[in-house]
Write a protein that binds this ligand. Structure first.
Ligand code: TTP
Ligand code: MG
Length: 375
């Protein structure tokens, strides 16, 4: 056996507002390009450059587009579109079913890579993260280095926005898609936003856009000219947010992580194996270690997953959600073995096997443990 690898992702918690009064740094907003589609292309390189969509639901029936490759987007295909419509817009469109566990796995890898650039990081969504750098750093160089690392180490394309706050960095990222880097120099936030349509502001959805249009507000500059009181009267608390956003102001701090989202162990064999007993033994041994990690962190897991990599490097991830969360090594091992038996192709040699848990929640202590703690 060569090595063990532990992947830990984390949840968010709010930072103390006192940080706001300090000199603020640079915010680097990263969003992976056509994320699910890019992961599928890594598994099936022949899809590269084709108009393709990753879909949820039935491929024939009432499925919808999860995401579309940029080649398919040229035909007007986009996320959330019914598949039938997508096919009618883009003849020859290639349909690929979604593999969520695989996307979670890549998301975790990207996050772990980003953490090597800065500990000050917020995971915003499955394919977005925001990093904060100190005010005297060189953010453009850093952004380019991050983009190359994601491409070279993980094979994924991404776009990065850089600005003095999260909001403007996110909008800059949106404008630079795909595969771009856009830096908004400090002091130019308002003028950068001014010509953009109001819907570029996150949280300005179709209903709000409609209302703003009836008020004659089309661009962010139009929004900036409306008195704050009028926006608050019309939109309540969100009115203040719209006002500040239109000026390019966002004082919200990064939401830093506290609790891990998943934990996993994996082992690569010195020699590829078809030996089921050996695979079972590895799962048992990894389950012990995972259970220990869970206990140390006071957590229980709702989902158990396995990873199998065959000798040709094709990789399979399968997961199982439990009826009640656990930190019991035997339960974790049993799930792993169940997944192994259901999915292992016995005629193929395995290069790597992994076991992991996700959907982690805090464990309620037993009465006995609480008593012991008090004494
Ligand atoms: P996005 O980042 O919004 O989209 P994207 O990464 O596919 O494309 P890009 O960022 O280059 O514009 O969403 C990330 C993933 O989330 C996306 O690949 C698939 C999934 N998703 C859905 O399943 N349904 C949706 O409606 C959206 C918007 C995304
Ligand atoms: Mg994306």
């Amino acid at each position: 056996m060569c090595y063990f690898l532990v992947v830990i992702i984390a949840n968010a918690s709010y930072e103390e507002p006192s940080v706001i009064s300090k000199e603020r740094g640079w915010f680097i907003f990263i969003d992976l390009d056509a994320f699910y589609a890019s992961v599928e292309i890594l598994q099936h390189p022949e899809l590269k450059g084709t108009p393709m969509v990753v879909c949820m639901g039935s491929l024939q029936g009432r499925g919808v587009v999860s995401t579309a490759s940029y080649e398919a987007r040229k035909y007007g295909v986009h996320s959330g579109m019914p598949l039938r419509r997508a096919i009618s817009l883009c003849p020859g469109l290639i349909l690929v079913p979604a593999h969520h566990a695989l996307y979670e796995e890549y998301s975790a890898r990207v996050y772990a890579l980003l953490k090597t650039f800065s500990e000050r990081i917020q995971k915003v969504s499955i394919d977005e993260a925001c990093l904060e750098l100190d005010p005297h750093s060189e953010p453009e160089k850093m952004a380019l280095a991050i983009q190359s690392a994601i491409k070279e180490k993980l094979g994924l394309p991404s776009t990065i926005g850089v600005a003095s706050n999260k909001l403007v960095a996110k909008i800059a990222c949106d404008l630079a898609k795909p595969n771009g880097v856009k830096v908004v120099p400090k002091g130019t936030e308002k003028t950068f936003l001014a010509p953009l349509p109001v819907e570029k502001i996150p949280e300005v959805g179709p209903a709000t856009v409609k209302k703003l249009h009836t008020m004659g507000v089309i661009t962010i500059d139009d929004l900036a000219k409306i008195p704050e009181e009028q926006l608050i009267e019309r939109f309540g608390k969100r009115g203040r947010y719209f006002h500040l956003a239109s000026l390019g102001i966002d004082l919200s701090p990064l939401e830093l992580e506290t609790r891990p989202r998943s934990m996993s162990r994996e082992v690569t064999f010195n020699k590829d194996t078809k030996n089921l007993e050996l695979l079972r033994k590895e799962l048992y041994s990894m389950s012990q270690k995972l259970a220990e990690d869970l206990k140390i962190q006071g957590l229980v897991a709702k989902t158990v997953f396995i990873k199998l990599r065959y000798s040709d490097f094709s990789t399979l991830l399968r997961q199982l959600t439990l009826t009640s969360p656990t930190h019991n090594p035997l339960e974790i091992a049993s799930c792993g073995i169940l997944l192994l038996k259901a999915n292992l192709q016995k005629n193929r040699a395995v290069r790597l096997i992994g076991l992991g848990v996700r959907n982690l929640i805090a464990r309620n202590k037993t009465k006995k443990e609480e008593k012991e703690e008090k004494n």
